[in-house]
Design a protein around this ligand. Structure first.
Ligand code: PHE
Length: 357
């Protein structure tokens, strides 16, 4: 009995894991285990022998069971310890830095403009950047050989040699979206159309690709006075300055009559651009009453409907509002510039975002 006891207590103490411990248990106390077999032998003993051997065997069985339970608990503790050591995590370590992008001033300003015009009842319309000759010119009352075609410094798409249909163009302005929107919706209509436009031009305030937002409001009795009010309302909200100085100059566009160009007061001080002060003016838009021929080309009856249109330079507005002196840098993709002038993703534009941005 004492030999059995020694043997199994040692085996239990030496069991290195759950499986080994279970093997020891089966060997001692399983159906055919050594101690189980011994207990079965009790039946063949005399009552006197049984009186001694029975309790002794039972005690041995209990002792071994408890030793196994204790060892199992110890093994589990050790396994847990091991896991905790392996899965240890230093939550006080600083986070890994992630590169963070910024919202480009053009995107930010486009959102600002859209929010303000949405509040004034205008919805957003869109058109393609590669445009047909008809939408970009003819429908806007610029027939072939009209001198205005030269003024636009147009980029023409390729045509196969011998194909003498007029080539498509990279749209030179967002005005073709006026036609597309009226064709689709008829009148009355109030839309803005922000997007990219292209002209072969390059200096401090011109790049071959830039951004415009077109505005169009057609109804029964819309006048030049409505145009002026809408624009002044827009500028006040956009710059966060009541009564910001604007200059309406009589002008000419084939697609509006009468026409006006609008400038905003600004100054350049030590290469810094400032709005609302100084002797300078920056032209930011062209506008006027939509020409009857344009309404007609878009399928709107000019004897019933009239209204205004304008085309505004988004990049120019971004330069003025955020004091960015050179337009060319907008499109250089210089990370230092983007970090400096870019906006945080959550810096959501509001109607009254104001000048500070
Ligand atoms: N399309 C004109 C331009 O790009 C601007 C404009 C739009 C003028 C609408 C009048 C009306 O210069």
């Amino acid at each position: 009995m004492e030999e059995l006891r020694q043997k199994y207590l040692e085996a239990i103490a030496g069991a290195a894991d759950e499986a080994a411990l279970e093997a020891v248990r089966v060997q001692a106390l399983g159906k055919k285990g050594e101690i189980s077999l011994k207990m079965r032998e009790l039946g063949r003993m005399s009552p006197e022998e049984r009186k001694v051997a029975g309790p002794a065997l039972n005690a041995l069985k209990n002792e071994i069971n408890s030793a196994i339970a204790a060892r199992r608990a110890a093994l589990e503790d050790a396994a847990l310890e091991e896991r905790l050591r392996g899965e240890w995590l230093d939550v006080t370590l600083p986070g890994r830095p992630r590169p963070r992008g910024t919202v480009h001033p053009v995107s930010q300003v486009t959102e600002e403009i859209t929010a303000i015009f949405a509040d004034l009842g205008f919805k957003v319309a869109e058109g393609p950047q590669i445009e047909t000759d008809w939408y970009n010119f003819d429908a806007l009352n610029i027939p072939p050989h009209h001198p205005a075609r030269q003024e636009f410094d147009t980029f023409y798409m390729h045509r196969a040699p011998g194909d003498d249909r007029p080539p498509h163009v990279l749209r030179t302005h967002t005005s073709p979206v006026q036609i597309r929107a009226m064709e689709k919706e008829g009148a009355p209509i109030r839309v803005i159309a922000p997007g990219r436009v292209y002209r072969s031009d390059y200096d401090q305030t011109h790049t071959p690709m830039f951004h415009q937002v077109e505005g169009l409001a057609i109804d029964r009795d819309i006048s030049m006075a409505n145009l002026k009010w809408v624009l002044e309302e827009f500028f006040a909200a956009f710059f966060g300055i009541d009564g910001i100085k604007t200059r309406f100059r009589a002008s000419h566009f084939p697609f509006t009559e009468p026409s006006a160009e609008v400038d905003i007061q600004c100054s350049w001080v030590d290469g810094q651009l400032r709005i609302g002060e100084g002797e300078g003016w920056m032209e930011v838009l062209g506008s006027g009453m939509v020409h009857p021929k344009v309404l007609e080309a878009a399928g709107v009856d000019p004897s019933q409907w009239q209204g205004f249109a304008f085309g505004m330079g988004i990049d120019r507005l971004a330069m003025l509002k955020y004091g960015i002196p050179d337009l060319r840098a907008f499109f250089d993709s210089d990370l230092r510039w983007l970090r400096h002038y870019g906006f945080a993703a959550l810096d959501v534009p509001t109607l009254h975002g104001g000048v500070s941005g």
